[in-house]
Design a binder for this molecule. Structure first.
Ligand code: APR
Length: 181
């Protein structure tokens, strides 16, 4: 299991090349980690998001896809905005869409020579994704990407904003390590 770390803290403080934002399809900001990232990055981030093409009107990033902008006042160089699925019942394509968020964010990072990246627990707040299910999808998708793209991303941080989520992420990583041996 590559360099994948589960950490506890505020993602806006991470010293990585890119931090991932759990945004919505408008990319015009919101609450949760989206709000925290926009507050820390400053107003230029919203201006950069506004400049992203809307297709269809009002949609700058469809669910499961990712867009990249500079990070302005953040320590990081880039913000990769991705839009997670709203959790319904786990059988409405949410697992696939959540996996797409991690995979497309990592693809975009690799295309921009990003070596270190931090993810929040995408969809696990307002969008209601159960933490353990989301953690398993995140870690499986990240591990698969790093295995099939050797020499790209050097380190992936999974940044939890509460102790429960950090424990869930750590356990999911341990489980994955157990599978590998
Ligand atoms: N650092 C790290 N993680 C954070 C931070 C932070 N500063 N703030 C919140 N989180 C965590 C939450 O605790 C949760 O575990 O990020 C995870 C994702 O929660 P949300 O931010 O609510 O994102 P999500 O569930 O994907 O919902 C996205 O919420 O803010 C709006 O515009 C956003 O409409 C979109 C929706």
């Amino acid at each position: 299991m590559h360099r994948v770390l589960a950490l506890f803290g505020d993602i806006t403080q991470r010293r990585v090349d890119a931090i991932v934002n759990a945004a919505n399809t408008t990319l015009l900001g919101g609450g949760g980690v989206d709000g925290a990232i926009h507050r820390a990055a400053g107003p230029e981030l919203l201006a950069a998001c506004r400049a992203i093409t809307e297709s269809p009107p009002g949609v700058r990033c469809p669910t499961g896809q990712a867009r990249i902008t500079p990070a302005f006042r953040l320590r990081a160089k880039y913000v990769i905005h991705t839009v997670g699925p709203v959790y319904r019942d786990g059988m409405s394509n949410e697992p696939k869409q959540l996996a797409n968020c991690y995979r497309n964010s990592l693809e975009l990072a690799a295309q921009n020579d990003i070596e270190t990246i931090a993810f929040p627990a995408i969809s696990c707040g307002v969008f209601g994704y159960p933490g353990m299910r989301a953690a398993r999808i995140a870690i499986n998708t990240i591990d698969e990407f790093l295995t099939t793209h050797p020499g790209s991303i050097k380190q992936v941080e999974l940044v939890a904003f509460d102790n429960d989520m950090q424990l869930i992420l750590s356990n999911a990583i341990e489980t994955k390590l157990g599978e590998a041996t």
